[in-house]
Design a protein around this ligand. Structure first.
Ligand code: PPS
Length: 294
């Protein structure tokens, strides 16, 4: 299977969620994945700040030694559990090769998480981002990351997102699923919007969750290193080292805007009303709340 066989293909299906066919083909290996007790899982719905959180954690794991964070691209430092593509190591194969303590990225909904993470009682950090900014970020990502089918118009993509017909399925089920399980696991549930507003406070939450103490000047260095501007120009975080046939940054850069509230520059009044109405139905009865305004 060559790259041309993953480019602009229709999505396949993994149980109840739409997913890239090559990932579905690799699922048996993912399901059988052996977690280690000191693995830290970074779980997100796509486009919710995964790369940002991953870089913060890698910097914390290396005590703020930023040269060590430049040792490799973020997708090699924090392997993507369910990733499988032709001609490269799968996420599971990458993870088997790296020493503990490992950082593991996943976009899986909580009900599809391999059993081993629960058996080994691994810590998890989940980061959620508001649906409107996620759908806009995802729309641009569909255009630049060619593993996705063509997203069509924004109107069409909004409908597909609301219907859960995008890769990884329903955002609503994903964020609620992880939220409902937060007391059953060693899980820290964070929000992209909080990280934007007060990254120092959120990093302190992470340090406390990890049981780590880090000097104030180290925190300041990590904050600077993981700012959007720094990550956008850093080849180890901006995904520009990915082959252009898979990610075409001339269509839209991976590090696109990095703000909250960009949806307001894209949604029409009618689209916003429709989205809000659907949102209220989907989130009814849940105490999970998001900040949508900039
Ligand atoms: S992926 O492909 O699902 O792993 O993408 P993910 O990393 O989850 O999300 C990408 C969006 O996060 C933004 N980003 C940041 N925002 C603020 N600060 C920092 N440091 C940062 N790093 C990445 C990135 O720009 C994408 O959001 P949009 O809205 O498209 O800009």
């Amino acid at each position: 299977m060559g790259n041309d066989e993953v480019i602009r293909q229709d999505l396949g299906c993994l149980y109840d969620i739409p997913l890239y066919k090559c990932f579905v083909a690799g699922w048996p290996q993912v399901e059988a994945f052996q977690a280690r007790p000191d693995d830290l899982l970074i779980a997100t719905y796509p486009k919710s700040g995964t790369t940002w959180l991953s870089e913060i954690l890698d910097a914390i794991y290396h005590d703020g030694d930023l040269e060590k964070c430049r040792r490799d691209a973020i997708y090699n430092r924090v392997p993507f559990l369910e990733m499988k593509a032709p001609g490269i190591l799968s996420g599971v194969e990458q993870l088997e090769k790296i020493p503990s303590p490992r950082l593991v990225k996943t976009h899986l909904p909580v009900h599809l998480l391999p059993a081993s993470f629960q058996e080994k009682d691994c810590k998890v950090i989940y980061m959620a981002r508001n649906a409107k900014d996620v759908v806009i970020s995802y729309y641009y990502f569909y255009q630049m990351a060619k593993i996705h089918p063509d997203p069509g118009t924004l109107s069409e993509f909004l409908q597909a997102f609301m219907d859960g017909k995008v890769a990884y399925g329903s955002w609503y089920k994903h964020v609620k699923g992880w939220w409902e399980k937060r007391h059953e696991k060693r899980l820290l549930y964070l929000f992209y919007e909080d990280m934007k507003k007060d990254p120092r406070r959120e990093i302190q939450k992470i340090l406390q969750f990890l049981g780590k103490e880090v000097a104030e000047e180290t925190v300041a260095r990590i904050l600077h290193h993981t700012s959007f501007q720094e990550m956008k120009k850093n080849p180890a975080t901006n995904y520009e080292t990915m082959p252009t046939e898979l990610m075409d940054h001339s269509l839209s850069p991976f590090m696109r805007k990095g703000i909250s509230g960009d949806w307001a520059n894209h949604f029409t009044v009618a689209q916003n009303e429709r989205f809000d109405q659907h949102y209220q139905q989907q989130m009814a009865g849940s105490d999970l709340c998001f900040q949508m305004e900039a």
